[in-house]
Design a protein around this ligand. Sequence first.
Ligand code: LMR
Length: 335
Amino acid sequence: MKFHSLIIGAVFAGASLGAFAQAPASSPIVIKFSHVVAADTPKGKGAEKFKELAEAATKGKVKIEVYANSVLYKDKEEMEALQLGAVQMLAPSLAKFGPLGVKEFEVFDLPYIFPDRAALEKVENGPVGAMLFKKLEGKGIRGLAYWDNGFKVMSANKPIHLPDDFKGLKMRIQSSKVLEAQMRALNSLPQVLAFSEVYQALQTGVVDGTENPPSNLYTQKMNEVQKYVAVSNHGYLGYAVIVNKKFWDELPADIRTALEGAMKEATKYTNDIAETENKDALAKVKATGKTQVYDLTAAETAAWKKVLLPVQEEMKSRIGKDTVEAVQKETGVLK
Ligand code: LMR
């Protein structure tokens, strides 16, 4: 997306909100909700659920247009588009806020930082989650909710059971210094690529492997071009549902309240289905019989942890010691 088309989008978006203020009650407010994954994922289904609930709650006064699979913007561009007002709502992965300058969000990318989903929810719904959303305000962004996806698996075209197996592999990552450090700790070569480019990059050998929650791996058909999956659960991938702050603040109060209610319900729905969606996706990858899905043994997991846990310490200076330790305390790792 070129800069000038973002500007044009922003002008249109601004015009449509301005128009609403004077227009007859019958012309709906349009909220463009853009995201990069398939419709058949926890985030994709959550976006559709929000659309259904929000349109019903506002009785046609708001129209939600959901754009899945990067049809409007690739990952980096969608954040710019939101800030300019060309789209009103996004649900980027939490890793996407580091490059925006809010490095504290990268705490979510740290390997093995969350022992389970309960620990994760405690952090998102507690003071750390609130503090992170507060930091977005200065960027013209309002955080509405945290949406789950899941714990990540690793994939490649050779078996990857132990850290040594990663040596020299080119591994696709999101743009995150923490994920970069994680891949370097495994002696692999991290390569930043937009999500929409990963399938082709794997197919053509631009990269050898990647990490994903199973729902993303399967719905992008990455398993077609990856012979081996290691169920490592070494890190987490989830989202923040965000809106353009100015747009949101200028909505009529009753509309905003109705949308907040719809978001609350859509969040519960998404977070309730996330684990099952990922289990089902992994089962589907297995069922193809073409990709070997390998569960790490306890000894192998211990070897991964030995190599990856030091990344938590190493990245404290970047993410902020307070943030990392606040998460470690909430999850019970640090007393
Ligand atoms: C990725 O780039 O791997 C993820 O951010 C995709 C997503 O939104 O789940």
